[in-house]
Design a protein around this ligand. Structure first.
Ligand SMILES: C[C@](O)(CO)[C@H](O)COP(=O)(O)OP(=O)(O)OC[C@H]1O[C@@H](n2ccc(N)nc2=O)[C@H](O)[C@@H]1O
Ligand SMILES: Nc1ncnc2c1ncn2[C@@H]1O[C@H](COP(=O)(O)OP(=O)(O)OP(=O)(O)O)[C@@H](O)[C@H]1O
Length: 300
């Protein structure tokens, strides 16, 4: 028997970042929106121990050892519930790797839900969310999807209402950016300055609830964007190209380097996609809309 789980990517429509904490993490006001780009994680009992395989355009960049978040999820769940982690985990990867769209986190949440279903652990939602938080700050959101405000290091979630569909274009960059390196650059750029407590924008939350793309476009912010641009200056050209092609808003997705363009409708998405593809400023371009559901069992 196998279990397959589909898990979405995310874009951060607000990412307010506080000062570095003593543990090295940063407090956030992190407004997540799940979007319809998916990884699929399939787990099957295995006679030769824990094994990982991966297919997809970025598969070569995905670690196939126990550092893979999907493997770590299986091991943590097996340890807590006294099961054997002898499973074959296959990842069909469509979310860009090291792109700031929570691809690894998606696989962690997907493997957790798939193993939980396979092993019939009866773990509660809270217990699963707890394991997700142990795996990484973005992993709980990958499990729940939709839209949510993440506080603490982003792992404490409050679901948010969405009153419509938001259309996006994503431009994948020619190389990745390391999330810790972008946070370190944020700290370097903030040196000698007061960093305010991160606060969620009520105007932005209301725009999500109303499905109002114009107000959302006027209120999206990403405090990591200057740091991502400092490490990857070419991204400024990609952002400008999308804006000129009619995007309502252009921003770096999370820690980058994927850039995200909020557009009014699928026609505008196609025009922005064409302009970005023709510009030569990115590796590939995708369209997707949100909110998308969180990790979902699609086959067993
Ligand atoms: C940039 C975002 O993707 C926005 O959603 C997340 O904040 C990053 O989440 P993630 O990739 O799940 O990150 P984690 O695996 O928890 O942490 C990786 C590293 O990112 C930095 N990190 C992450 C989250 C956070 N609130 N503060 C941090 O400083 C730390 O250096 C940490 O060692
Ligand atoms: N299942 C996985 N898929 C992709 N990368 C993984 C996975 N597990 C571990 N990694 C490691 O994590 C690193 C970051 O990859 P990932 O795709 O999660 O980045 P990201 O999307 O920028 O993350 P986030 O948006 O959560 O900060 C990779 O370079 C890789 O070494």
């Amino acid at each position: 028997m196998s279990v397959t789980v589909r898990v979405p990517a995310k874009v951060n429509v607000q990412l307010a970042v506080g000062a570095a904490r003593p543990d090295g993490f940063h407090d956030l006001a992190n407004v997540f929106l799940a979007v319809g780009l998916y990884d699929e994680v399939t787990v099957t009992p295995s006679a030769d121990g824990l094994r990982i395989t991966c297919e997809g355009p970025d598969a070569g960049q995905v670690p196939l050892d126990r550092t893979n978040l999907a493997a770590r999820a299986a091991l943590l769940l097996a340890d807590r519930y006294g099961r054997s982690a002898d499973v074959h985990i296959h990842i069909a990867k469509d979310i860009p790797v090291a792109g700031g769209m929570a691809g690894g986190s998606a696989d962690g949440a997907g493997a957790l839900l798939a193993c939980d279903t396979l092993w019939e652990t009866d773990a509660s939602r809270e217990e699963l969310l707890d394991i997700c938080a142990e795996l990484g700050s973005d992993v709980p959101f990958s499990l729940v999807g939709g839209a949510a405000l993440g506080t603490g290091r982003g792992e404490r979630l409050t679901p948010l209402e969405t009153g419509g569909t938001f259309h996006w274009v994503f431009a994948m960059a020619s190389r990745g950016l390391s999330t810790p390196a972008v946070f370190r650059e944020f700290d370097r750029l903030a040196e000698g300055r007061h960093v305010p407590e991160p606060v969620a924008s009520q105007e932005l939350i209301a725009a999500l609830a109303k499905g109002d793309a114009d107000t959302l476009a006027a209120t999206v912010t990403n405090d990591l964007q200057p740091a991502a641009l400092s490490l990857f200056p070419e991204l400024a050209g990609t952002l400008a190209t999308g804006r000129e092609a009619g995007a309502l808003a252009a921003l770096v997705s999370g820690s980058g380097p994927t850039t995200a363009f909020l557009v009014r409708d699928p026609e505008s998405a196609a025009a922005v996609q064409r302009a970005l593809a023709a510009s030569g400023t990115c590796r590939s371009v995708r369209t997707a809309s949100g909110p998308a559901p969180g990790a979902t069992v699609t086959g067993r």
